[in-house]
Design a protein around this ligand. Structure first.
Ligand SMILES: O=C(O)c1ccccc1NCC(=O)[C@H](O)[C@H](O)COP(=O)(O)O
Length: 202
């Protein structure tokens, strides 16, 4: 298996960003959706400026207007938009037409998901309650993995990330709760352990 793409999500401090980048993350996520990890535009801008060009910066949204997505993305200089709402094809088309990189996050419900259906650049299969740390049934024999490149998220942590990737065949992994010491507070040790485990050759 080649290297997994690794995204560390829900970063809120300069220390979080430095640790994720130094550990070797491929992408870092900043949450603009409302919740325990929300950052505002100026904070995200400051954090994103710390991120080297080879690491993708991602803004996380849920049920927000196109104008809010545009404003926060442009204000922060973040490169990709991750959408957790029930936005339709026209919403995706509008953002695509502006040259934005789109990650479609959808709950793994057991129904097969068509990768690229809404014109997304990358599909993210997540738990029904994103960012909750609760896993879904990715190890069920009934799970039918999407084709192409997709990210797996939901309840991952250093202890299960290798097996989850192996069982599902995911191209990449995304984590937030599993690298926290308490909700919304990232642990440098867990971030380093997660990336190292994800990168460990089978
Ligand atoms: O993290 C949040 O608070 C959040 C709120 C609303 C929509 C999405 C949110 N987070 C998404 C992520 O952090 C990841 O994409 C993923 O869901 C992480 O899940 P987990 O590792 O189980 O916390």
């Amino acid at each position: 298996m080649s290297d997994l793409f690794v995204k560390i999500c829900g970063l809120r401090t300069g220390q979080d960003v430095a640790t994720a980048v130094e550990a070797g993350a491929d992408a870092v996520g900043f949450v603009f959706a409302s919740g325990a990890r929300t950052v505002d535009g100026p904070t995200a801008r400051q954090l994103a400026q710390q991120v080297p060009a080879h690491v993708l910066t991602v803004g996380v949204f849920r049920g927000q207007s196109l104008d809010e997505v545009r404003r926060l993305t442009d204000e922060s200089g973040i490169r990709a938009v991750q959408l957790h709402g029930d936005e339709g094809v026209e919403y995706y088309e509008a953002l695509r037409a502006e040259g934005r990189t789109l990650i479609r996050a959808t709950a793994a419900t057991g129904v097969p998901v068509l990768n690229g259906e809404l014109g997304e650049d990358l599909l993210l299969l997540d738990a029904p309650d994103p960012g909750s740390g609760k896993p879904w049934e990715w190890s069920s024999p009934a799970f039918s993995a999407p084709t192409g490149r997709w990210l797996l998220a939901g309840g991952l942590h250093p202890g299960n990330v290798r097996r989850a990737a192996e069982v599902t065949g995911a191209w990449g992994v995304d984590v937030s709760s599993g690298v926290e010491s308490e909700r919304g507070v990232k642990s440098p040790e867990l971030i380093r352990a997660f990336v190292a485990e994800a990168r460990r050759l089978l």
